[in-house]
Design a binder for this molecule. Structure first.
Ligand code: FES
Length: 174
């Protein structure tokens, strides 16, 4: 089973597990149940680690390989957790030709986090995405739910540092 383990331990609450059980019960026996349950599971847990895939497979009574196959095939599913600061750099054509690749490299260096990865403390994650439909603002990136466009390489580090500072203040209760 080529399921990848991240350095961030998976932690679930009873409430999350109960929600997933209810979703499984609602879809069990239906055609295409696995994909629907995985979508709901990702909404509940934020991502689909192996532990969640096992719960889905056992709950639906289907092989884990089938669940893993779906989770790894469809791009809307992720098996990696997201950081408290999730940076998504659009690598669609319009953004790519305006330097999104260099921006992604700069961000990786600045945060010590690889594209598709998460820092060991779970604070920052970086992903490369497809076109998000804001090509007029290329190059575009999002940080959590905020969209930034027409950024140049020099501006990005200070934008990210603002989020890091805000996160540090939240943690310190300031
Ligand atoms: S290519 Fe980046 S928003 Fe469309």
């Amino acid at each position: 089973m080529p399921n990848k383990k991240t350095s961030i331990p998976f932690v679930k609450t009873m409430e999350q597990e109960e929600k997933l059980k209810a979703v499984i019960d609602a879809h069990k026996g239906q055609t295409g149940a696995a994909i629907q349950v995985l979508q709901e599971a990702q909404n509940i847990f934020g991502y689909l680690p192996e532990e969640v895939q096992v719960l889905v497979a056992e709950g639906l009574g289907v092989p884990l390989t089938e669940v893993y196959g779906i989770a790894s095939f469809y791009s809307q599913f992720t098996m990696e957790p997201k950081g408290k600061i999730n940076i998504a750099v659009c690598m669609g054509t319009a953004c790519y030709v305006r330097g999104a690749g260099d921006i992604l490299d700069d961000i990786s260096k600045h945060t010590c986090c690889k594209s598709g990865g998460i820092t060991p403390d779970g604070k920052i994650s970086i992903e490369a995405t497809r076109c998000i439909g804001a090509c007029g603002l290329a190059p575009v990136l999002t940080i959590n739910n905020d969209v930034y466009g027409k950024l140049n390489r020099g501006e990005i580090e200070s934008v990210i540092d603002r989020y890091i500072d805000e996160e540090a203040k939240k943690e310190a209760g300031i």
